[in-house]
Ligand binder design. Structure first.
Ligand SMILES: Cc1cc2nc3c(=O)[nH]c(=O)nc-3n(C[C@H](O)[C@H](O)[C@H](O)COP(=O)(O)OP(=O)(O)OC[C@H]3O[C@@H](n4cnc5c(N)ncnc54)[C@H](O)[C@@H]3O)c2cc1C
Length: 215
C-alpha cells in the first residue's frame, strides 16, 4: 500500500503540466518542489509555436490568453539568423509573451484548482525502489519524512536529482558557454522602431535579436 499513486518531483512547467494531464485521466498526483516560492527570475520570456495549439486542447489556452493577451506573429531569432515569418498569411510561429514565473503561478493555481496537492519547500533527497513501490526521502519545512508511490516522475530540471538517484546516466554533453540573462529598462533616448530594431544615440541602429558588438 503506497501513500499515493504518482509523485511528481518539481513544480516547474513540466511537472505542473504533467499534473494537469494526470488529473484529466483521473489520477491525483502529489507534487513536491524544494522552493518555498516560485522563483522570480524569468527564464523563459514566453511560449511559442505548436505548443500554443496543443494547450488549446487542454483548456489552458484561455487561461494563457487572459494572462498574456492573444498570441502574436513573431520574428524568430534562430541563433544569428532572423527568420521573418510575419509576411505569411497564417504564420505557424505565434508567440505569447508570458514570463516563466507568471506561467508557473498560473499552472500552479490551475492544478490546485483541479485538486492536486502542491507542496512547496519539500526537497527530495533520497529514492529507493522495491517490488511494490518507490520510496522518497523528503526534507520538508517540519523536518525529514518518507513518502511512497507507485510511480515517481523526475520533473526536477536540468540537474535532476531524481535522475541521479535512479541511476539514469546523462550521456550527452553540456555546452561550455555561460549565458547571462538580464531584465533591463531602457532610457527614453533609446527609440524602439516599428520593426523591433533600436536607435541608440551615439551608437546608431542595433538590430532586434542577437547582436554581437565589439563590447
Ligand atoms: C535564460 C533562459 C531563457 C529561456 N527562455 C525560454 C523561452 O523564452 N521559452 C521557452 O519555452 N523556454 C525557455 N527557456 C527554457 C525553460 O526555462 C525550461 O525549458 C523550463 O524551465 C524547463 O522546465 P522544467 O519544468 O523541466 O524544469 P525547471 O523549470 O527547472 O523546474 C524544475 C523544478 O524542480 C525543482 N526541483 C529541483 N530539484 C528538486 C528536488 N531535489 N526536490 C524537489 N524539487 C526539486 C526546482 O525547484 C524547479 O522548480 C529558457 C531557459 C533559460 C535558462
Amino acid at each position: 500500500m503506497t501513500d499515493t499513486d504518482v509523485i511528481i518531483v518539481g513544480a516547474g512547467p513540466a511537472g505542473l503540466t504533467l499534473a494537469t494531464e494526470l488529473r484529466l485521466v483521473g489520477v491525483k498526483p502529489l507534487v513536491l518542489d524544494r522552493l518555498t516560492e516560485i522563483r522570480e527570475v524569468a527564464k523563459a520570456g514566453g511560449i511559442g509555436g505548436q505548443i500554443l495549439n496543443l494547450l488549446r486542447y487542454r483548456e489552458l489556452r484561455d487561461l494563457l490568453d487572459d494572462a498574456a493577451g492573444a498570441p502574436v506573429t513573431a520574428k524568430l531569432p534562430f541563433g544569428g539568423i532572423h527568420v521573418d515569418l510575419t509576411e505569411l498569411g497564417e504564420s505557424p510561429m505565434q508567440v505569447q509573451r508570458l514570463p516563466q514565473p507568471q506561467l508557473e503561478a498560473l499552472l500552479q493555481n490551475h492544478v490546485r484548482g483541479l485538486g492536486v496537492e502542491v507542496r512547496r519547500g519539500h526537497e527530495v533527497t533520497g529514492l529507493q525502489q522495491d517490488d511494490d513501490a518507490v520510496h522518497l526521502e523528503v526534507q520538508g519545512p517540519d523536518g525529514a519524512y518518507r513518502v511512497s508511490a507507485q510511480y515517481v516522475v523526475g520533473c526536477d530540471g536540468v540537474r535532476s536529482r531524481v535522475r541521479e538517484l535512479a541511476g539514469v546516466a546523462f550521456p550527452g554533453i553540456t555546452y561550455p558557454e555561460i549565458h547571462r540573462l538580464a531584465t533591463v529598462s531602457m532610457p527614453p533616448e533609446i527609440t524602439v522602431r516599428d520593426d523591433g530594431d533600436y536607435d541608440i544615440p551615439g551608437y546608431g541602429r542595433l538590430a532586434w535579436g542577437y547582436s554581437q558588438t565589439p563590447g
